[in-house]
Design a protein around this ligand. Sequence first.
Ligand code: AQP
Length: 342
Amino acid sequence: MTATTFTPRVFSGIQPTNHLQLGNYLGAVKRFVEMQNNGIETVYCIVDLHAITTWQDPADLRHATRELAAGYIASGLDPERSILFNQSQVPGHAQLAWIFNCVARVGWMNRMTQFKDKAGKNAENASLGLYAYPSLMAADILLYKATQVPVGEDQKQHLELTRDIAAKFNHDFKVDFFPMTEPVIEGTATRVMSLRDGSKKMSKSDPSDASRINLTDDADTIAQKFRKARTDAEPLPGTIDGLKDRPEARNLINIYAALAEQPPEAVVAEFAGKGFGAFKPALADLAVARLSPIADEMARLMADPAEIDRILGNGAERANAIAQPILNDIYDIVGMIRSRPV
Ligand code: AQP
């Protein structure tokens, strides 16, 4: 039997919780835009069904969904060239997630480190949705038979689970239906760390706002957050090796490199021997130069929420046109009768 060839297709998504932070931008959105420009079909989602795995105020959720759409577009995502939509407008995501809940094993879910991190000590009280989150994520990806998924490093385990689900489905139903999706985890900013703790990733939901740069922060706030970022007292080294046991310094160098689109080696060479007193203002200036135009454009787009909703609705129509025939095939494979006139 010859292996099926799958049409290349990129899918990824971000949760509309709080504000987009620098890690989301460098690890995800900026790379979504680069992939959009590579000539492959790109499908980008605002995963509002994932967001509600922890409590969201409905008005805040609507606002965060529109703000994330504005963030995507302001960063260069073109809703004509890419498909941009919010997940809940395409019902196939939730429908396929149920099927995958019946394919995935409880033991697989028990190994997911993100659930342990997010549920914390109070796992008994976490929502069932938070526990099943990776199954919905697999559905997001495989509903489009996506072959590539650009993500930050923290999502690697969920991508491995997606492949496990695809392989088990293919095996159980004796089909070669789902592709083995490849995670695309590339660049110098695959894991941007907190500005307050070099051992923790930067996150939208960290209780400390000083731990992250939000895309909505103004220039003064950005400069102040970098000035206060935790570092050691040593000057910057002359080589990358010199950053080995200095997680905070390494993080700031990697952020600079990603924003400047330079290899970290070049940044280290430029600032070798300099103290943070010189490096932090240069980093803040670079961040403001790169991020302020995005923040300004986001504010402009947010002034017209009806237009954002129109873009999302249009994207959902296009996404559904890809998803529905795939979902129909899945229902046929699984043995569901589809006799309702359409
Ligand atoms: N610190 C990071 N460095 C690099 N990439 C990151 N991503 C998140 N944080 C970093 C990438 O951003 C994409 C969207 O993430 P998400 O919103 O779906 O959930 P998350 O990974 O849990 O991101 P946050 O910011 O930590 O959100 P909250 O706090 O709401 O859970 C993913 O590709 C992720 O890898």
